[in-house]
Design a protein around this ligand. Structure first.
Ligand code: GLU
Length: 476
């Protein structure tokens, strides 16, 4: 008899639907409402010619709008040769759920352009980005009150600046034009703290996770991140900031890093700041002094560690490698890095899976701060900084007079110093991640027999989106 090979469905849209359906079984809502929440409302497909080199290339792009229960819709734009319509629709769905989990008042959206950025020159990328933006404008798929893109895999501040400028050119005099996109450079209406937001969100989430002694004891861990071994897949914006902060602020040991061309390992820890300088010089992490290089980037997924942080693309942990995953905690910084089969296997083994729709929500959280800042046209902290400093100073002066003693040199200045935009953004982000974790953890603990934080996170999201629809008066 021929042996049947079991193949896994790696279509992210199917996977997201499967995850949704698992959670939907735990909520009491009408079927039609659940169907509405699950479905992707619109997808816009564009194809346009762009001048590349001496000729023209046909470029394909999408923008999917998953849910309009809150407006504007929000979500990044990715540039990748692997982008498909299904992927963009799935990622738009994840945005809806992510925003609901962290209480950010947006519906979910996502965009994609099917190009490999490394294959294009700067001016070509600029032309492609501007033309894609024009296509979005043409059909009303971008605007401060309708749909607000942001960076994602393969895009960054530069692309967002081009998008903002193109939108602004097409809407002369529009006072709120800069709020049409987030993740912009600081001088173009960006906000301090956006660049590191997703990575930092991962760290804040981990700190909160580690505060729960009993949860950690189950994994054989204590409650400190110090000395914990961490492996990171993808040293992009998210992976880099998560790894650097865990190393420099929490004393964690980054034992492996995987990139597209190789993985590097050192059980005693890899210095992330030095590594990034090395990569800038040589073009790769390959051969970083003091580390062992192995051929495949995905090797980093299979090392023994306390925390594994996939921060690259989807479906990285699947049926082909799930049995070789040796982490205690799987912190999903990427969108959709774990397939359902792999998740089931790891949960059975007792791995704590921190789901993407919670873990990487730091990016959109700070995008929300940036969008609000753009609409208010004022930097956070600008009005109250001085008055708060003065108040604190008079309080400290009064206590000195009362006890007739002076504060040690420098301490008073430190206590008086007011908070700036970065501190406010970090504080808002930390609070958001902590609250969201407590919420989903409680749902998991309260539902009998539920051990998946992902399902708990979906339950939280579904209930919030449902409330929106019900209170809109659309559903009974
Ligand atoms: N692309 C990021 C994500 O997947 C950020 C989205 C945003 O800031 O709108 O969450």
């Amino acid at each position: 008899m021929a042996r049947r090979t079991v193949t896994e469905d790696l279509n992210l849209n199917h996977i997201v639907h499967q995850q949704f359906d698992t959670a939907a079984k735990h909520v009491k809502l009408p079927d039609s409402l659940l169907k509405q929440i699950r479905a992707c409302n619109n997808v816009y497909y564009v194809q346009f010619p762009a001048k590349v080199g001496k000729g023209y290339e046909l470029i394909e792009g999408w923008r999917a709008e998953h849910s309009h229960h809150k407006k504007p819709l929000k979500g990044g734009i990715r540039y990748s040769s692997m982008v498909t319509q299904d992927e963009v629709m799935a990622l738009a769905g994840l945005m809806t759920f992510k925003c609901a989990i962290v209480n950010v008042p947006f519906g979910g959206s996502k965009g994609g352009v099917k190009i490999r950025p490394r294959d294009y020159k700067r001016d070509e990328l600029e032309r492609i980005t501007r033309r894609y933006t024009m296509e979005l404008v043409r059909k009303g798929f971008i605007g401060p009150g309708v749909n607000v893109p942001a960076p994602d895999y393969g895009t960054g501040e530069q692309e967002m600046a081009w998008i903002a400028d193109t939108y602004d050119t097409l809407h002369p005099g529009g006072l709120d034009n800069m709020a049409c996109v987030t993740g912009k450079p600081l001088t173009q209406g960006g906000i301090r703290g956006r660049r590191e937001a997703t990575g930092l969100g991962v760290v804040y989430a981990l700190r909160e996770v580690f505060r729960h002694k009993r949860d950690m004891a189950k994994l054989g861990l204590d409650t400190t991140l110090e000395g914990k071994t961490v492996s990171v897949q993808g040293l992009g914006n998210v992976g880099y900031h998560a790894a650097r902060t865990l190393q420099e602020e929490d004393g964690a040991l980054i034992v492996s890093i995987g990139e597209w061309d190789c993985a590097i390992h050192n059980k005693k820890g890899i210095d992330i700041s030095q590594l990034v300088k090395y990569r800038k010089r040589t073009g790769s992490i390959k051969g970083f002094p003091g580390t062992k290089t192995t051929k495949k980037g995905t090797d980093c997924l299979e090392v023994e560690c306390d925390i594994l942080i996939p921060s690259a693309l989807e479906n990285q942990i699947n049926m082909t490698n799930m049995k070789r995953i040796k982490t205690k905690i799987l912190a999903e910084a990427a969108n959709g890095p774990t397939t359902p089969a792999a998740e089931a296997h790891l949960l059975k083994k007792g791995v704590l899976i921190l789901p993407d729709i919670f873990m990487n929500a730091g990016g959109v959280t700070v995008s929300y701060f940036e969008w609000s800042k753009n609409l208010s046209h004022m930097r956070f902290g600008r009005l109250e900084k001085r008055i708060n400093e003065r108040k604190r100073l008079s309080l400290l002066d009064a206590t000195e007079d009362l006890v007739d003693k002076r504060y040690p040199r420098g301490l008073k200045e430190r206590l008086v110093a007011g908070v700036d935009e970065t501190a406010l953004v970090h504080s808002g982000l930390e609070q958001t991640m902590d609250d969201a974790y407590l919420e989903i953890r409680e749902i998991r603990n309260k539902k009998k027999g539920l051990n998946s934080l992902r399902t708990a996170a979906y339950i939280s999201a579904i209930e919030k989106v449902a409330t929106s629809y019900i209170e809109m008066g659309i559903f009974p």
